[in-house]
Ligand binder design. Structure first.
Ligand SMILES: [Zn+2]
Length: 267
């Protein structure tokens, strides 16, 4: 069901897809996920330098005198050093500014024209998993964004619902550990998460309402919680900020951990 390789986010310790450049839970950069991208970029630089070496050597080899060769070698060494420094600088920027190579605006716009209809079609077929796979391929690997796609905010909720379904299925199988319980609760809380700046269509809202019902029913059935307890758990997973009450992934994890510990004692 979920064949994606996972690793732990260094910031919030959530299990996230290994090749995802950003953690879906806390938004932190996943260095390993972006490493793949910058290693590819580095190997491009290396190839460029090799090409640079090839062209002049082939063209001038015969007429080249010793001085000429020395100059050429100097140029090549400088080019190689520049390439390496450029590569390191690029990696450095990648890490410091967590800039996941973004497509340029013109390219992005053309890409949207071509691909938003594909996304709309997947959405119409309710193939939300297909949309997540599409995002893995085009957004994470190629740097395109779908932030202004009509159902983007919905699909971000669906992502956590998908994760929840996976962890819930492990718990239902009976072969689970404390971490599975913890992450199942965290995923459920992310499905319940209320955000301030989101736009949902009517259909988005209907779907999200269904997902929330499913996760609440599961917590009642599996962990013997009442709706009041679920509401309280959610409130306890929020913090008061200047601009209002916001969901806090750290508190959510702490709360989920407590419930998971208790649950493992009883089961
Ligand atoms: Zn994280």
């Amino acid at each position: 069901m979920n064949p994606v390789a996972k690793l732990q986010c260094e910031n919030c310790h959530a299990m996230i897809p290994a090749d995802s450049p950003k953690c879906p839970y806390c938004g932190a950069l996943n260095a390993l996920g972006s490493e793949k991208q910058y290693m590819e970029q580095l190997s491009d630089i290396k190839e460029d330098v090799e090409e640079l070496q090839q062209i002049p050597v082939d063209a001038y080899r015969k007429e080249m005198n010793k001085t000429g060769k020395m100059i050429l070698i100097t140029i090549l060494v400088l080019a190689l050093i520049a390439g390496i420094i450029g590569g390191f600088y690029w990696c450095f920027n990648k890490i410091i500014y967590s800039t996941i190579s973004e497509a340029d605006p013109k390219q992005q716009l053309m890409w949207e024209k071509e691909n938003y209809p594909v996304l709309d079609e997947l959405y119409a077929q309710e193939d939300y998993y297909g949309i997540l796979s599409f995002m893995d391929e085009h957004c994470d690997d190629e740097g395109y964004s779908i932030y202004n796609w009509e159902h983007y905010d919905f699909i971000e909720v669906y992502r956590f619902y998908e994760n929840y379904m996976y962890t819930a299925s492990i718990i239902e199988s009976g072969n689970f550990n404390e971490d599975d319980v913890k992450w199942c609760i965290v995923d459920a809380l992310f499905v319940l998460r209320e955000l301030n700046y989101v736009t949902y269509t009517e259909q988005d809202e209907e779907q999200i309402a269904k997902y929330r019902e499913v996760v609440c029913e599961f917590m009642k059935k599996q962990f013997g919680m009442t709706q009041e307890e679920i509401d309280k758990l959610y409130q306890d997973s929020c913090v008061e900020e200047e601009y209002g009450v916001v969901f806090d992934y750290k508190k959510a994890q702490e709360n989920a951990e407590k419930i998971a510990k208790e649950y493992m004692k009883q089961n």
